[in-house]
Design a protein around this ligand. Structure first.
Ligand SMILES: Nc1ncnc2c1ncn2[C@@H]1O[C@H](COP(=O)(O)OP(=O)(O)O)[C@@H](O)[C@H]1O
Ligand SMILES: [Mg+2]
Length: 254
């Protein structure tokens, strides 16, 4: 099978890996890519929950145990995106990710791995299973320092570090600015995703943001990044300024 496996990784938890994996995955699917997103954060599985599904007959843990082939754990979300969930059951938190690389061999197309944070044994198994890595971080110094550590380890493992997604950017002066981030991390910024209340609203509605609020700032950024990854030219939707303006008014009104 020919696949391209990209790890969505971070130094710290809670920075936006799962939100990124889902929305980038859906944007790539909407561009016509054959894409599968995989929840490799087996201890605190969140991918299925964020997409509104909490129970699956076959999960990544079953595949890792050797009970099932990975293709049996692929589910197609109503929006068309293929997902491989992890089980949220307490019995499943001790999954052994050592053979993740091996089981992913049976997938083809573009595969995005929603990863555990940091450099635990699980996180290292996920890094090992990737061809390429995208680091997600918020723009705080301490969070970025942890991101830098993961980037260095990925490079030492001879992974291609595509760059950093800076998430929850608010333009406040206490945040690192893009120049400081690039200088600090020795890696390019792939995308600056703004802080946006629609992310939390879309999670409440259990609908991916780019479907819930397609003209919000983060949605546009995810769509641009998907085009970059797929080697396609980004074409803004017609009347984008008016659509963003209307989306902004709806956001303010709640
Ligand atoms: N761009 C954003 N704007 C506002 N809130 C965000 C944004 N990205 C993420 N969040 C919030 O951060 C939380 C953690 O995101 P998540 O993707 O689950 O992080 P991780 O997978 O890295 O642990 C989400 O539940 C959401 O409330
Ligand atoms: Mg997560």
């Amino acid at each position: 099978m020919t696949s391209r496996i990209i790890g969505i990784v971070s130094g710290k938890g809670g920075v936006g890996k799962t939100v990124t994996t889902i929305n980038l995955g859906l944007a790539l699917h909407q561009l016509g890519e054959n894409v599968t997103i995989v929840d490799t954060d087996t201890t605190v599985a969140n991918l299925g929950l964020q997409m509104g599904i909490c129970s699956f007959p076959t999960t990544l843990q079953d595949v890792l145990k050797g009970t099932d082939n990975i293709n049996k754990a692929v589910y197609t979300h109503p929006l068309g995106l293929n997902i491989i969930p992890s089980s949220i059951s307490l019995d499943s938190i001790n999954a052994d990710l050592c053979n993740l690389k091996h089981v992913l061999n049976d997938l083809d197309g573009l595969v995005l791995l929603d990863s555990p944070p940091g450099l635990s044994a699980d996180a290292l198994s996920v890094l090992d299973a990737c061809d390429e890595v995208i680091i997600v971080s918020t723009p705080e110094l301490q969070t970025m320092a942890n991101a830098l550590k993961v980037a260095r380890v990925a490079l030492n493992m001879e992974k291609l570090v595509l760059g950093i997604i800076v998430n929850r950017y608010t333009h406040e002066k206490y945040e690192l600015n893009p120049t400081e981030i690039v200088t600090m991390c020795d890696a390019p910024i792939l995308s600056m995703i703004p802080e946006d209340i629609n992310v939390k609203r879309s999670l409440f509605e259990k609908t991916p943001l780019i479907s819930y609020s397609p003209y919000s700032g983060p949605s546009i950024e995810f769509q641009k990044l998907a085009c970059d990854l797929a080697g396609q030219q980004y074409r803004p939707p017609k009347n984008i300024h008016m659509k963003k303006f209307i989306a902004g008014i709806k956001t303010l009104m709640g």
